[in-house]
Design a protein around this ligand. Structure first.
Ligand code: GLP
Length: 242
């Protein structure tokens, strides 16, 4: 595991964008596993900037997103589909037919999970998986629990996640109670993983994830078992680690 210390959020965003662009330059038809949340927003803005300057070409890139709220349509501004279009897909030359997210409105959740796993498999797996980290150590929407889920599944969001994510919604009542997420098994199968973590409020959980016991109670701790992980965190997020 390589841990890069970024000075601040801007530095973190640039460092993360550098790794994504290195992947795209080295393998133009790569499969990127993408993530949402506030952590990667600056990174996407940096990628768009480099694309506009002619330094990046997404024409052959394929992407699969980590997760999506269950029950939100694509038009809903809080859906991850909407987020990805707003921050990246509509601003670069990626082929929309090569971008994939779980369908939040799928009628049969089990069938949707099967479809998504088969899709990732058919793409040949993920070359580089981007991850943020929730305040409770979740990755994607793999919440703390007593076991790791292997494949894509539909989860009940924990109250702490609903609280953390309500800032994006008009009220807490509007936060969906369920979401689709890639499983820990799918995430761990990615050839390379990039984790970005920002802010002092994640310092303790980041320390636990990187140096504590490997346990489904801290889902991100499983990343200690992956052979090719890059963590980029700002000084505030690294403040609990000596
Ligand atoms: C959300 C998402 C995760 C994200 C995490 C952290 O609930 N499902 O994929 O990494 O929580 O979000 P943020 O970066 O906004 O702190």
């Amino acid at each position: 595991m390589i841990i890069y210390r970024a000075k601040d959020y801007n530095d973190l965003s640039r460092k993360a964008a550098n790794i994504i662009s290195a992947q795209v330059i080295m393998k133009p038809n790569c499969v990127l596993g993408l993530a949402t949340g506030s952590s990667p927003e600056g990174m996407y803005a940096q990628l768009v900037d480099w694309y506009n300057k002619g330094d990046l070409d997404f024409a052959k890139v394929k992407s699969v997103n980590l997760d999506e709220y269950r029950g939100l349509s694509r038009e809903n501004e809080q859906s991850y589909y909407y987020f990805m279009h707003k921050h990246l897909f509509d601003k670069v030359n990626i082929d929309m037919n090569n971008t994939y997210l779980p369908n939040g409105l799928a009628e049969d959740p089990e069938e949707e999970c099967r479809r998504y796993d088969a899709l990732i498999e058919s793409l040949g797996g993920v070359d580089l998986q981007l991850l943020g980290m929730g305040h409770n150590g979740h990755i994607g929407f793999n919440e703390p629990g007593d076991h790791y889920d292997k494949g894509t599944h539909c989860v009940d969001l924990q109250q702490s996640t609903i609280e953390a994510n309500k800032r994006f919604f008009a009220s807490e009542d509007e936060v969906p109670r369920q979401a689709y997420t890639m499983g820990i098994g799918t995430i761990m199968k990615a050839k390379k993983i990039l984790v970005i973590v920002s802010g002092a409020e994640k310092a303790e959980i980041l320390k636990e994830a990187l140096y504590g016991p490997i346990t489904p109670q801290v889902p991100a701790s499983v990343l200690q078992m992956h052979s090719d992980v890059i963590v980029i965190a700002d000084e505030a997020a690294l403040s609990a680690i000596k």
